[in-house]
Design a protein around this ligand. Structure first.
Ligand code: SF4
Ligand code: SF4
Length: 457
């Protein structure tokens, strides 16, 4: 039977060859097998192995390759799902890395008005996606509590007719939390997510609060929410937390992971710091090199492996996502590891004044390169098809030379916002970006540990 050799890319890891296709199937080959593939000197056994993963194509598997390619890019067909609303830029904290470039408490001109909130919800409901998540961000969103409630109630009312699956979530520092707010959020199915940078001395060092220890408030409210969910038999919900790593955090890998495990948060994202917002000014004091970060990340994931061996249920989020992207055809909905990325087509961010940005990170830059319109002036179609949306989306396709020769291309993504911040252009020299250096080594670790070693065991 005749076959064609599919387009493939390869990464040599120790003595193995990790071979991938555009549609995301992979195979792990020995040196001998890889040479045979290169030379098109393929024996029956190898042929069977390569046909099984569509590295060779014939009439028996071509339809499967097409189906997998379509499934992997399924996110292109639905419209924007995640809508981040910045209901105020005011904040009562002074975090060393603040991406949101928060404004002073006194200046209420940085609060979203109900009129803009209404227009924002009307705009969001124009998205053709049936699954809509509205995420409240700030500043500290609870400082504009009335507008948060207004949006929840107006969106629910609008949804009586639209009948979409609408989820709400709020990202808060818990500093102005109280029982009344907690009850409202639980009663109205608004999930909560906070920031927790690790043990008290580290958290309070990174996240400065003039009103005392923010760590104490965060721990108190995570526990209170989880207790209340249990009391009300809401089994599918937990208070969540995300982590920001500064230079100081790098000597705390165990303590950070232990802190999360203690609170029952089992998906720990040891994510690197972005050079955006206030972090840009503070960069020399709080940042680290890609090499320093990777040394920390490896210690963290090795520690998580030790815990897993002791039956502690905990994952590092990037390991989980990369493993899922390689081993299944299903998109885990992580907008940064997509090509094109989530900008505009996966998420939109609405500034307090109604300005619409490609994504949350984009609104932290002062340039209007990622500004797509305003809810008072533009409709969804105009916004999604404007020049800035198309340019950002096009720049996020990992099709330039470096990515096009990388075995991780079908699972990876590039970020025009970070590229612009790092190199002054949305189209960057990818191999020189920290993000590529980090993703490459993370993929290497995941493939070796979860695919090559697993296979040998
Ligand atoms: S960004 Fe780097 S790791 Fe990702 S596909 Fe491109 S070259 Fe590969
Ligand atoms: S531009 Fe960057 S930050 Fe924005 S969605 Fe894309 S990958 Fe994420």
């Amino acid at each position: 039977m005749t076959y064609t050799i599919n387009n493939y890319r390869v990464r040599k890891l120790d003595d193995k060859y990790f071979v991938t296709t555009d549609h995301g199937s992979y195979s792990i080959l020995s040196e001998n097998e890889f040479k045979k593939l290169q030379q098109n000197n393929i024996d029956a056994k190898l042929k069977e192995k390569l046909l099984e993963r569509e590295i060779l194509l014939d009439k028996t598997n071509i339809d499967e390759a097409v189906r997998l390619l379509r499934n992997r890019n399924n996110f292109l067909f639905f419209g924007t799902s995640l809508h981040i609303i910045v209901i105020t830029l005011r904040c009562n904290m002074n975090c060393v890395y603040c991406h949101a470039t928060a404004k002073s408490m006194a200046d209420k001109s940085f609060d979203m008005t109900k009129e803009t909130a209404k227009k924002t919800v009307d705009f969001i409901f124009q998205s053709p996606n049936n699954n809509i998540t509205i995420e409240f961000q700030g500043g500290e969103p609870f400082l504009n509590w009335d507008v948060l409630k207004y949006i929840v109630e107006y969106a629910n009312k609008k949804n009586e007719k639209a009948k979409k699956n609408v989820l709400f979530t709020v990202v808060t520092n818990f500093s102005v939390m109280n029982e009344q707010k907690m009850n409202y959020l639980i009663n109205n199915n608004v999930s909560v997510c906070t920031s927790l940078d690790g043990p008290k001395e580290l958290h309070d060092h990174n996240r400065k609060y003039s009103g005392g220890s923010n760590y104490d408030a965060v721990i108190k409210w995570i526990k209170k929410f989880n207790k209340e969910y249990e009391k009300r038999n809401i089994s599918n919900r937990r208070a969540n937390a995300i982590l920001t790593l500064t230079k100081k955090s790098l000597s705390y890998h165990k303590e950070i992971i232990d802190e999360y495990v203690k609170l029952g948060i089992f998906d720990v994202h040891l994510r690197f710091l972005n050079n955006l917002g206030l972090a840009k000014k503070a960069w020399p004091a709080i940042s680290y090199t890609a090499k320093e970060y990777l040394a920390f990340w490896k210690k963290g994931v090795e520690y998580i492996k030790e815990l897993q061996k002791k039956d502690v249920f905990v994952n590092e989020r990037m390991v989980r996502l990369m493993t899922q992207k390689i081993s299944t055809e299903f998109e885990p909905n992580y907008l940064e590891l997509r090509s094109p990325c989530g900008a505009a087509i996966g998420q939109l961010a609405y500034q307090y004044n109604g300005d619409i940005y490609t994504c949350d990170e984009a609104r932290t830059l002062t340039e209007d390169l990622f500004l797509l319109g305003n809810v008072h002036e533009n409709n969804y179609k105009e916004v999604l098809t404007c020049d800035n949306a198309c340019a950002t989306s096009a720049a996020s396709i990992n099709d330039q030379y470096t990515c096009n020769s990388c075995a991780y291309k079908p699972y990876c993504g590039v970020c025009p916002v970070c590229n612009y911040s790092e190199q002054g252009s949305i189209i960057a020299k990818i191999s020189e970006t920290d993000r590529c250096k980090i993703y490459m080594k993370q993929f290497d670790w995941v493939v070796k540990e979860n695919f090559i070693k697993e296979k040998l065991q």
